[in-house]
Design a protein around this ligand. Structure first.
Ligand code: SF4
Length: 310
């Protein structure tokens, strides 16, 4: 009997699809965010500190092409044959005029080693015009749209000042599916007042949505964020998860999740000097993934084990 895979791995999908290792490469473009520029709010999500996910090569005002060239030079020392996905990660990367967006995305796709484009955005910053552009690019380079979901509970979304609802997520996913685009959802575990029962409900709601892929992250309290202030003052009760608790939550979540959804990541890796809590000693995503896989095999469990059982 062949052993079931613990979970449906996105990196293995990439390898099957492109026949080699594929690396995401972060591109920094000065987009803004409606949750910071006053359109929705001017304070942002309470945990947001965008500088925590900018690699060094994106910080020198380089053009998109220069950032890609620098990034590819850096990574190809170790993996000369690998391919790349240009990744617009920080802020809201569909928040600009559609002509401008097309120009930006086309430049990122023009590098011969770039096989795809990943675009992180908010569910309320997706509309039919933008999707038309993405669908056009998707004809030649694979487009991965990453939507910040964070929680499936509107009370939590309000508390963390996301300034969108879960219904906005449902609407964005419906539009993207109409054009057959890849949809990756982003979810945070450990948000205030959520617990292991919350993650089971997340799994059920997200399975119904039929996302293509998911990125899971632990809540991190980063320096100089509103969450940091609340954490110090106890204005909002935040209990950072230990690695063991987090792994338990992840496994439970995966058991209730549709086996068709790919899993791309399990952790955030912010710079050490910016993380107030939890202190996980800079554990890497691949290490957590290994622990999860091993533990799930020991427990003889797998993604989707409890899917549709209740
Ligand atoms: S939507 Fe993203 S960029 Fe905007 S405030 Fe929230 S975390 Fe920050």
């Amino acid at each position: 009997m062949t052993m079931k895979h613990a979970y449906n791995s996105f990196s293995q999908w990439l390898r099957r699809q492109y026949g080699t290792r594929v690396q995401k490469i972060s591109i920094n473009y000065p987009f803004s965010c409606p949750n910071r520029d006053g359109t929705k709010s001017n304070i942002g999500c309470i945990y947001c500190n965008n500088s925590s996910f900018l690699p060094e090569y994106t910080l020198n005002n380089l053009s998109i092409t220069q950032q890609l060239t620098e990034g590819i030079r850096y990574f190809s020392k170790k993996y000369p044959t690998q391919l790349y996905i240009a990744y617009f990660q920080n802020y809201t990367n569909t928040y600009a005029a559609t002509d401008k967006l097309f120009e930006i995305y086309k430049e990122a796709c023009s590098h011969e080693k770039v096989v795809g484009l990943a675009i992180a955005t908010r569910p309320d910053c997706i509309n039919e015009n933008i999707i038309n552009i993405l669908a056009e690019i998707n004809k030649t380079k694979k487009v991965f749209v990453e939507i910040g979901i964070e929680s499936t509970f509107n009370e939590t979304l309000k508390l963390i000042n996301r300034c969108h609802t879960f219904e906005d997520v449902e609407h964005a996913v419906k539009l993207l599916k109409k054009y057959n685009l890849w949809i990756t959802g982003h979810l945070i575990f450990g948000l205030p007042y959520e617990n292991i029962d919350s993650v089971i409900i997340h799994a059920k709601k997200l399975s119904t949505l039929q996302l293509t892929c998911l990125k899971l992250h632990q809540l991190q309290i980063l320096k100089d964020t509103l969450l940091h202030k609340y954490y110090i003052s106890d204005a909002i009760k935040v209990t950072p998860l230990s690695v063991d608790e987090y792994i338990h939550w992840i496994i439970t979540f995966l058991e209730h999740l549709s086996p068709d959804i790919y899993i791309e990541r399990f952790t955030s890796e912010s710079p050490k000097d910016q993380v107030i809590a939890p202190n996980w000693n800079q554990i890497k995503n691949y290490h957590i993934a290994e622990i999860i896989r091993k533990k799930m095999n020991e427990l003889n469990t797998y993604q989707g084990k409890n899917f549709l059982k209740e």
